[in-house]
Design a protein around this ligand. Structure first.
Ligand code: NIG
Ligand code: FE
Length: 415
């Protein structure tokens, strides 16, 4: 099946020779072609170029972009979209002045979701997460990393990961699964956290590996959650089964999470609100992608990660939605683009790189996704009529996506 898209006002984020990621100054560069065409063959990008160089116009289907832009679909490398219920009550508590940590201490937060997940069947969890995936696709997302972490028992974690496996098998979106048994300490282990860590290591990780349910392993390494030593033990146990770390770090304090992530070759360390010179130095010369979640800073009114400092120090930066019911109830990556520009002072080019190629790297799919390159998978956005790509972060809140194409097929269309 051959699809030809013609009259593209601007083709954004093309790459003739695909690279791994964009770092430092490179992040402000975005290659484009004005008045372009693009050919999709089955699920792959076959060819593209300026309209005047289009010679072969034979196609099974021709789409006239009529002045719209085309760019790679977003990759969202950090989400918790399998969850039992939204948590508006805590949101009201938050408005009244309670902090995320205070809500968590009262048994709210992650533990609240963990309590509710017991009552939900795998089918119910699948249906609600699948709806969220479709909503995310309508905002231009084509690849999603999904974490467990609301089970906090072996059965509960396996249940969540089986749901993620079903999503992988049934959704056209590219999905990666991350095992997050160390998301919070269940109340029955409150006085003996070591016993819970032992359970993760001795029971959960082998069970997850036996069913081959996870691509990655995660730990919430932060003040009041898991220590650096516990994180090390868990990551070492995961490595034994080939699970690559992608961890939560430095959201609430200078927790040592960034350093321990780098030490264990994490694919990404995520959140990073508390990042200073030492943490930046640890990230330099590593293969670990600093992944920032501005939606959580916005929603919890936390400090914002020092993205500008990181990029100016030569680091790459990726961004993700962190879509979850407690700290970031939104999977809209266009809003993340806006937050990146407004709050992190990222240029539109930097924000686009952070949500396409760098976020593809942060979920291990940069060879297939994240840029418009020949042979990569055709996960693309056709925008509505917009004046330029700077308009994407600028015109915040509105959905600027007309069509989302996933694996060469139109997955979603907005008016
Ligand atoms: O990434 N920080 C830890 N975990 C999630 C929040 C999960 C929740 O509150 O349900 C996060 O922000
Ligand atoms: Fe998270």
């Amino acid at each position: 099946m051959k699809k030809l898209i013609v009259n593209i006002k601007q083709l954004i984020q093309i790459e003739e020779k695909p690279g791994r990621m964009k770092s430092g100054k490179e992040m402000s560069k975005l290659e484009t072609i004005n008045n372009a065409y693009l050919i999709i063959n089955d699920d792959k990008i076959h060819d593209f170029g300026p309209m005047e160089e289009l010679t072969d116009t034979s196609a099974d289907e021709t789409i006239d972009a009529e002045g719209s832009m085309v760019m790679p679909a977003f990759c969202d490398p950090h989400t918790h979209i399998v969850f039992p219920e939204t948590r508006e009550i805590e949101y009201i508590d938050k408005i009244k002045g309670l902090s995320y940590e205070e809500i968590a201490k009262r048994g709210g937060g992650i533990l609240n979701s963990a309590q509710k997940i017991i009552e939900k069947s795998e089918d119910e969890l699948f249906e609600s997460a699948n709806k969220r995936l479709k909503e995310m696709a309508s905002y231009g997302t084509g690849a999603v990393e999904i974490k467990s972490g609301y089970g906090l028992t072996t059965e509960g974690e396996l249940k969540m990961l089986r749901v993620i496996k079903r999503l992988k098998e049934s959704s056209p979106l590219t999905i990666k699964a991350n095992f997050l048994g160390a998301h919070a300490v269940p109340p029955e282990y409150k006085e003996n956290q070591k016993e819970y860590v032992d359970l993760i290591i001795n029971e959960m990780i082998p069970a997850v590996a036996k069913e081959n349910l996870a691509d990655y392993i995660d730990v919430f390494c932060d003040r009041g959650f898991f220590t650096v030593e516990e994180t090390e033990r868990i990551l070492e146990a995961g490595a034994h089964y080939g699970l690559v770390p992608k961890i939560h770090a430095n959201e609430l304090d200078y927790s040592g999470g960034i350093q321990v992530g780098v030490k264990h070759n994490a694919l990404s360390v995520d959140h990073l609100e508390y990042t200073g010179g030492e943490e930046i130095n640890a990230l330099k010369d590593s293969d670990t992608m600093p992944t920032l979640l501005p939606g959580a800073s916005f929603f919890l009114e936390l400090v914002y990660a020092p993205a500008r400092k990181m990029i100016d120090a030569g680091l790459p930066v990726a961004m993700a939605s962190d879509f979850n019911p407690g700290s970031s109830p939104s999977g809209n990556m266009q809003f993340i683009l806006s937050l990146g520009s407004i709050k992190y002072k990222m240029l539109p080019e930097e924000a686009i790189n952070a949500t396409t190629i760098n976020s593809a790297y942060a979920m291990g799919v940069e060879k297939e996704l994240g840029t418009i390159s020949k042979g990569k998978t055709a996960n693309l956005i056709i925008t509505k009529e917009i004046p330029n790509y700077e308009f994407l972060p600028y015109y915040y809140g509105a959905n600027k996506v007309k069509h989302t194409i996933i694996k060469g097929e139109i997955e979603s269309t907005n008016n």
